[in-house]
Design a protein around this ligand. Structure first.
Ligand code: 8YV
Length: 332
């Protein structure tokens, strides 16, 4: 009888890296990029012992109900709000994610998006390509400065700290808000000052969102929060779209209640709110903050290592490098 474990890879990922799974398991690969229906996910997981998934794959109790063999899900991404971790823990499924390997790349991008919004870089390029540059003028496409400005970071985990460290090179004043205050030595290293949320909103010249998504922070940045911000401020979101009320943001950007925004994530991605698409003062990118070639390869490598180890194979058998639900692992 065939005793090899079976794993599902939910979409095409670097073949040379994912191919390492074949040394240990039977691999069922999906040729199609993009979202699967809940039924397709449940069907794919049914005969599997493990899965390598992405933010395109929402998985909870219903999707694993007919997957009695399932023991491990390796998420390619540090954020895992696509997974219902408590349901998976209850089902005995070890969940892993990919922290650390994407921190610096994502912080680079957050900074770039903030700069693009503040200095109107994509708007300026569109203006030039549209043939509107007929004469140079002193008042063309004026933006706002980063140097000397106050950067507000909401969510001061690894990526938030990476952005803070970059900001001190730009001589920005850094303030942050987080569920819990950082130890004093980390605050010193980041040159960041802890403030409450209202103070962060009202004092930031540039506000960057880098907090994990959970229902508790759904539409945290709504019309009321936006009204507390300076009209000259910019808002950058590299976290999850659901943290921002996009209609309220579009309204604030259209009415001059907020100067500009940089968005890499959207509530209904890959669909983008048409009210945002209609605005000039928002820089829109398609969820690519972790997307350098080296980092995306490192993420898939870590996810593959996690899956192999979580299923009891390889040098780290039973000890996946970055588990999310250590309790599920302990229950083994
Ligand atoms: C990934 C991300 O591209 O890591 C995250 O949380 O949002 C991105 O880096 C995405 O999760 C891929 O699944």
């Amino acid at each position: 009888a065939d005793t090899r474990l079976r794993v599902w890879v939910s979409q095409p990922l670097f073949g040379d890296i994912v191919g390492r799974l074949r040394e240990h398991f039977d691999v069922v690969e999906t040729a199609r990029v993009g979202k699967h229906s809940p039924q397709d996910i449940a069907h794919a997981l049914a005969g599997c012992d493990g899965a390598l998934v992405t933010l395109n794959d929402p998985i909870g109790a219903a999707e694993v109900a007919n997957a009695p063999r399932l023991r491990a899900i390796a998420n390619v991404g540090v954020g895992y709000n696509n997974l219902d971790v408590s349901a998976l823990t209850a089902a005995g499924v070890v969940v892993t994610n990919t922290p650390d390997v994407l921190t610096e790349t994502t912080a680079d991008f957050g900074f770039a998006l903030m700069m693009a919004a503040a200095r109107r870089i994509t708007e300026a390029e569109r203006w030039l390509r549209d043939g509107q540059w007929r004469q140079w003028s002193f008042e063309t496409l004026l933006g706002s400065d980063l140097h000397g400005a106050t950067l507000g970071i909401l969510g001061m985990g690894r990526i938030g700290q990476g952005i803070a460290r970059r900001a001190s090179g730009f001589r920005m004043r850094v303030r942050y808000h987080n569920r819990s205050r950082l130890p004093a030595d980390v605050e010193r290293d980041c040159r960041a000052e802890y403030v409450d949320l209202d103070t962060l909103l009202s004092s930031a010249d540039h506000l960057v969102l880098v907090l994990p998504y959970s229902p508790a922070v759904h539409h945290l940045i709504d019309a009321t929060a936006l009204a507390k911000m300076k009209p000259t401020a910019t808002l950058t979101n590299i976290a999850r779209g659901g943290i921002v009320d996009e209609d309220a943001l579009a309204e604030a950007l259209a009415s001059g209640r907020l100067a500009a925004a940089g968005l890499d994530v959207y509530e209904g991605e890959p669909a983008v709110n048409p009210r945002l698409l209609a605005l000039r003062n928002v820089v829109l990118t398609p969820h690519i903050a972790s997307g350098s070639l080296a980092t995306r390869r490192a993420m898939v490598t870590l996810a593959v290592d996690n899956l192999i180890a979580a299923l009891g194979h390889g040098p780290d058998a039973g000890r996946p490098p970055t588990p999310v639900n250590a309790d599920a692992l302990a229950a083994r």
